[in-house]
Design a protein around this ligand. Structure first.
Ligand code: AMP
Ligand code: MG
Length: 421
């Protein structure tokens, strides 16, 4: 971002037309580069982290051609198509205990799952399909050459990129790394995200509430969302609605932060002093994003840090964080999977009301009917200040900008909360 003007001409200002959500996300992503620092971690400690370099496999996975079943290893040339195949069992191959020797014509080897397929064999017949009489093994003709055999390197070949830089390391990837014999991996350092709330009415947990005061919940939801994303979350508390206080908070926050997330103070009523403070501290635009809850949003940079000024209403904070901030923080963390959250289609059990102009993220409860249909129940008309609706809900019902009534039984788009982290 080169200048304040650049930011403003991209849809800023309270009078500018509202930005579509996708446009806002794309503009933000265009500004984000992964954090520069990396570190090497033991593979288990890398859970939840992001690979900073491709991992090239030093080995074949599986390392040897092996059986996918308990059964008998034999050569497909011995298969009798329209009748019974009869073979002599000459030995046993167990996992970790290969059969030493070669399977000749008319022979087979008893083989366990995971055991090396012996030389001379290329096919495994399941034990359930076999009749045994001493060392004589007989089975019927419906077998296919090569069946139930896992080829060496069929999962990952030596020299292949097993995992690409930008991969978010989840349990499957940690297991994959172990399957390569990899004990350590290079990952990006965790993004450092400083957050604070603005508002004279806010008190922190542990303080008594005076007249007209409320407890600051946004710092708790934001801390939770940042932590689940794997960020280092640094709490700067509550900042008063005063120009100097906000300016100072920005200067402090920008020191060493990769991103700053604030809540409150970006709506028309109190935006001015925040605007001025932000202009002094960095390059920030005020955007109206066409989403509900959560229209006003500030985005820009303070020093080197990305800046996200979220609205104050508790559900707006969560909705804008998940839809807008989360993709940006994933990209900042070095992740390549920043695509929009999983959306499924469900049948609404309630009529839903929307107004045209903004994409609405209503809170809903997703469930499955006895016959397998996905159902979603709206939680009724809930103000953006009601955080309990986010707790009761397990999904957003996403209603398009064109508005209009949704009737009971209509299909609607749903984003399960599980898709967010
Ligand atoms: P604002 O965006 O600052 O105008 O705030 C909008 C509404 O959200 C007001 O009702 C505030 O009291 C409320 N609010 C702002 N910040 C917080 C917070 N940190 N925790 C809970 N509610 C808040
Ligand atoms: Mg406020």
């Amino acid at each position: 971002m080169s200048s304040r003007k650049d930011v403003d001409c991209c849809g800023g200002g309270h009078s500018a037309p509202a930005l579509q959500l996708e446009d806002a996300v794309q503009r933000i992503l265009a500004e984000v580069r992964p954090v520069s620092g990396t570190q090497v971690l033991p593979v288990r400690s890398a859970l939840g982290r992001v690979l900073a370099a491709d991992v090239v496999s030093p080995v074949n996975v599986p390392s040897h051609t092996n059986s996918a079943m308990d059964g008998y290893a034999m050569n497909s040339a011995d298969l009798v198509n329209d009748g019974e195949t009869c073979l002599d069992m000459i030995g046993v191959a167990a996992a970790g205990q290969p059969f030493v020797g070669e399977v000749q014509q008319g022979q087979c080897v008893r083989i366990m799952t995971g055991a090396s397929v012996p030389a001379g064999a290329d096919t495994v017949v399941m034990q359930e399909q076999v009749t045994r009489d001493g060392d004589r093994v007989t089975f019927a003709g419906r077998q296919k050459a090569g069946q139930h055999v896992r080829q060496a390197g069929e999962d990952i070949a030596a020299g292949d990129v097993a995992l690409h830089a930008g991969t978010h390391l989840m349990p499957a990837e940690i297991g994959m790394l172990a399957s390569l014999g990899t004990g350590e991996v290079r990952v990006y350092r965790r993004p450092r995200v400083v957050f604070f709330s603005t508002g004279d009415e806010l008190r922190s947990v542990g303080e008594p509430l005076g007249d007209g005061q409320i407890y600051d919940s946004n710092r708790y939801t934001i801390h939770g969302m940042l932590s689940r994303l794997g960020c280092e979350a640094i709490d700067m508390g509550v900042v008063r609605d005063e120009y100097e206080a906000v300016e100072e908070a920005f200067a402090t926050a920008a020191r060493g932060a990769d991103a700053i997330v604030t809540s409150g103070g970006v709506s028309v009523g109190d935006a001015d002093y925040v605007t001025r403070a932000l202009e002094a501290a960095g390059t920030v635009g005020f955007w109206r994003v066409a989403m509900k809850p959560g229209r006003p949003l500030a985005f820009g940079r303070v020093g080197e840090a990305l800046f996200f000024g979220l609205p104050g209403n508790p559900t707006s904070v969560m909705a804008t964080f998940y839809q807008i901030v989360q993709p940006a923080l994933k990209a900042l963390a070095g992740r390549s999977d920043v695509s929009p959250p999983l959306t499924v289609t469900a049948e609404t059990t309630t009529a839903l009301r929307t107004k045209p102009g903004r994409r609405e993220f209503q809170r809903g409860v997703l469930s499955r009917a006895d016959d397998g249909r996905l159902l979603v129940t709206g939680l009724g008309h809930q103000g953006s200040g009601i955080l309990s609706s986010m707790s009761t809900a397990n999904c957003f019902i996403v209603l398009p900008e064109d508005g209009g009534a949704v009737s009971e039984g209509d299909l609607v788009a749903v984003q399960p909360f599980a898709a967010f982290v």
